[in-house]
Write a protein that binds this ligand. Structure first.
Ligand SMILES: [Zn+2]
Length: 118
């Protein structure tokens, strides 16, 4: 996770300074408006952290894992063979879009393809 620390600091500082600038520009904002502006900035930070933390999961890239650590086919129980990566887009609770990239696996026995569960 250390590779993300610097990026997370940067994104959180942007959220803090952005909120401060917004507040300076909206001195008469209501409680609800302030809350909305804050949620918007925190949602950006939240989405970034969620994406990075999910990508840091060892389950997201098992293509280089030792054979015994590779996921099992849910149908027949054989080890899956990695077949590159596929990305998918998810929406966070804060309404932000994040992109996750995961290793896609194919079973050599029954030839079904899977995104192994995390
Ligand atoms: Zn199978």
């Amino acid at each position: 996770m250390q590779q993300y620390e610097q990026a997370w600091h940067k994104v959180s500082e942007e959220a803090l300074s952005g909120m401060k600038a917004w507040r300076d520009q909206h001195p008469k904002a209501t409680f609800n408006e302030i809350e909305e502006a804050l949620d918007e900035r925190l949602a950006t930070l939240r989405a970034r952290m969620l994406q990075d933390a999910a990508l840091a999961s060892t389950a997201s890239d098992w293509s280089q894992a030792a054979p015994e650590d590779r996921p099992l086919c849910p149908l027949c129980g054989n080890r899956l063979v990695a077949r590159g990566k596929k990305t998918r887009r998810l929406h966070t609770q804060g309404g932000k879009e994040i992109t996750l990239s995961r290793s896609y696996g194919v079973c050599p026995t029954c030839e079904s393809g899977f995104f192994p569960p995390r």
